[in-house]
Design a protein around this ligand. Structure first.
Ligand code: MN
Length: 242
């Protein structure tokens, strides 16, 4: 408890911003990158994700990725011209700080919007549901594969549901802050993410302790399916034009 209180005090001192409803900076697509406020209250995902976890995860962890990314590219004008997506696609050309913190920023911007408060979560669209049944057999089997990918990721990382260049869905996992857009990821695991869950301990440890599997199975309760449906439609449209 002492550690938790100290962490909270540190965070409040360092991060007074990011209250929902406060002036919202436009999401930065290029340098300098900014930490957008959470799109809902810190309590909005309770009881699945507790408010203190959200406060630390967004206000301390995500903030650190943004600050460290800006520092990493501060003396590289060419890199400052790149969008975050473009940076991911050529991340092998840049240093470890760009890979770790650029990935951290991309992944967390993506993650917050994949979740929503009760009443705003929607349901999988018929098109997404059909694709999941086509590629996994059922929604339940996709969820099982996704949870297994999250549980099986040794150490820190992410579980993903991606749209492959041929339009098919696939479940993958990446270590650290890597993601399926990065050119350092094996080709067979690259694609456009439409769902991703953070399996770093900082995402679940205050409530779930070492029970990562329980966090992964409960996380479905807070998924913003409206967002996933839109990401799926966009990714399929892109795949068709390739
Ligand atoms: Mn995280």
């Amino acid at each position: 408890m002492i550690l938790r209180a100290a962490l909270s005090a540190l965070l409040l001192a360092a991060a007074p911003a990011a209250l929902p409803g406060s002036a919202t900076p436009v999401a930065a697509q290029a340098a300098p990158f900014v930490l957008d406020p959470l799109p809902y209250a810190e309590t909005a995902l309770e009881p699945v994700i507790d408010a203190e976890t959200m406060r630390l995860h967004h206000g301390a962890h995500h903030r650190a990725y943004v600050d460290n990314l800006n520092r990493a590219i501060s003396e590289n004008p060419a890199l400052q011209q790149l969008s975050l997506d473009a940076m991911m696609a050529e991340v092998s050309k840049h240093g470890k700080a760009v890979r770790d913190n650029g990935g951290g920023h991309w992944n967390h911007r993506f993650f917050w919007k994949l979740m929503a408060p009760e009443g705003q979560r929607g349901a999988p669209s018929p098109a997404l549901d059909r694709a999941i049944v086509r590629d996994f057999g059922s929604m339940e089997k996709m969820k099982q594969a996704f949870e297994a990918a999250g549980r099986g990721q040794f150490g820190s990382g992410w579980a993903w549901l991606i749209v492959r260049p041929d339009g098919r869905l696939k479940v993958t996992a990446t270590p650290n802050q890597d993601n399926p857009l990065m050119d350092v990821v094996p080709e067979a695991e690259r694609g456009t993410p439409i769902l991703g869950n953070d399996v770093w301990e900082h995402a679940y440890y205050l409530s779930y302790r070492n029970r990562r599997g329980e966090y992964l199975s409960r996380w479905w309760e807070v998924v913003n399916w409206g967002r996933v449906n839109a990401l799926y439609a966009e990714a399929v449209a892109q795949a068709r034009t390739r």
